[in-house]
Design a protein around this ligand. Structure first.
Ligand code: DC
Length: 224
């Protein structure tokens, strides 16, 4: 059985970058499942379909080709062979990913692909439904969160550094809207699995959070 670690949490909890650090420390791959929903969201935007149409998106997900590759340990996300890893980081694609990910047919397709990858390699997987669905039998689950103001502040600082001047209030509003959508959808909403360990990073540095998670993993799988 490969070593599979699940990390779930809301927008801006730092899952991706924390998961990256933890995976490097453990020398295993990190699968960012949000990138897969984002790639499909980008495809839906490009295709011009109505993101609120279950029928249109269920048909579209049958056609899409989303692949994940690793270059020097870093994930690259491919849409029909095109590397869209950077293109999928816009606000427009974030909102599209959140919208398309609520449809059961879309989730089924993505979950299946993620489970196939997890069965083949030691992997740390981050997302919204990893502990509850994708790796529901994993012995190692973490729910990583932080206060919404703090998550918005981190996102705001990150965006500013990239030259994006979106005001803090708007960042906070969009983050709360996406949380709402992800936590209240009918199919596999974001929630803490009963057997997940809660890590609240509101008052923790990135290094402290990485250490806390490595410790949880080592308690389950032993020292790596
Ligand atoms: O983690 P992220 O912000 O890149 O994810 C983008 C969107 O994809 C998020 O708003 C909800 C959805 N998502 C999901 O429904 N299930 C996952 N396992 C990962 C992401």
């Amino acid at each position: 059985m490969p070593m599979n670690i699940a990390i779930d949490g809301p927008v801006g909890a730092g899952k991706s970058s924390i998961a990256d650090h933890v995976a490097r420390r453990l020398n295993i791959l990190h699968l960012d499942t949000g990138a897969m929903y984002r790639a499909f969201g980008l495809y839906a935007l490009r295709s011009g379909v109505d993101l609120a149409s279950e029928e249109a998106l269920s048909a579209l997900v049958e056609k899409v080709d989303v692949q994940v590759e690793y270059a020097d340990g870093a994930q690259r996300t491919l849409l029909f062979g095109e590397d869209v890893s950077d293109l999928i980081r816009t606000g427009e694609v974030s909102a599209a990913a959140s919208a398309v990910s609520k449809w059961p047919a879309v989730r089924r397709r993505m979950v299946r692909a993620q489970q196939e990858m997890a069965a083949r390699a030691d992997m740390l997987i981050d997302g919204r439904d990893i502990g509850t669905v994708v790796l529901k039998d994993s012995p190692c689950k973490i729910y990583l969160t932080a206060a919404s103001e703090e998550r918005a502040r981190r996102r705001y600082v990150q965006q500013l550094a990239k030259g994006d001047n979106t005001p803090f209030d708007q960042v906070l509003r969009e983050l709360i809207a996406r949380d709402e959508q992800d936590m209240n959808r009918k199919t596999d909403p974001l929630r803490q699995a009963e057997d997940a360990v809660l890590v609240d990073s509101t008052n923790m540095t990135e290094e402290e959070t990485v250490e806390a998670i490595v410790k949880i993993v080592e308690e389950v799988y032993g020292k790596q």
